[in-house]
Write a protein that binds this ligand. Sequence first.
Ligand SMILES: [Zn+2]
Length: 350
Amino acid sequence: MRDGQAHLLAVLSVIISGIVIFAFFGVSKADFVSMPEEQVAIPAFAGVGLYDQLEILAENERVDLEAEIKKYLRVSLPEKTKESDIKITADYVKRNLHIEINNTDEEYQSSRPVMGSCNHIADVSYGHEGKKTFIDLTLDGVYEYEAASHDNQLIVKFLKPKDVYDKVIVVDAGHGGSHPGTNRNDVLEKDLTLSIVLYLKNLLDKSDIKVYYTRVDDSNPSFDERVQLANQIEADFFLSVHINADERSSQPNGTEVLYYTADNRSMRFANICVDQLSNALNSKNRGITNGDTIYIIHNSLVPVALAEVGFLSNNAEFSQLCSKSYQKKAAQGLYNAIIEAYEEMQGGGK
Ligand SMILES: [Zn+2]
């Protein structure tokens, strides 16, 4: 079932890229880098922490370190803040950065410790529970971040994903939460799309492509959150995964991919997807289809393809779609499509 018809009830989705725990050292040059597990180091400063980067800048370009630090978002920390006291989690779909500082009191929270540059900050809210203070930063876009400590301050620098990673895509598992999509008996589209996307993630995790997922659990981001993730990141490709069904007949079977007719690059990407996917699945290649009425397609500013892997309404394909081996083949086909799209569409410029 396609995404066009449904309403926009958003269930809180938390795509947490990783919990970052900082290391503090009791010297003036106390640094650490916030690198969620799947992130790679910033290429220009591979293996160097944010504070080190600033120091290098200061040494090489004679910038004033203290003045430089003032350009970033800063959070003043209580003096005895320790290495295990700070956690930062990023939710790229909700554009939220959640900072948790342990061993703090209410007084600290009421001191409103966020200061410095408010570039990229749309809103700040504070909370306190037990010994923990929470600082929630709502950002005006999707950013990666680095953080360091210096002089009882947490310094946070925001970076555009495209400035950090060469290759960036968004992968969307269709439906989720209270929106199951199409179904047959107790087999739900949302579970099949998630399973395929998680197999795809296994493959992409080993590649040099940075992938932002709209969901990796049973959450249900709104259509707008899904497509804006791709737009904000300026993703090279936006791939959405769905399962088809025909309400009138059990005959139709095979693989098709929807695209945006106003965008040649979307058409090319969709063509690559449908060929690679039907090859990998040995399914009937139904070709590409006009997807202009689908919200996430006509609102996408980047090359988009919405893959309908197969038909739940077809008996043979229903049993195949339920099998892990077929789901893995689908993931392999989509992976091959992404690799081919980079080779064919990104080589020698866009
Ligand atoms: Zn669907």
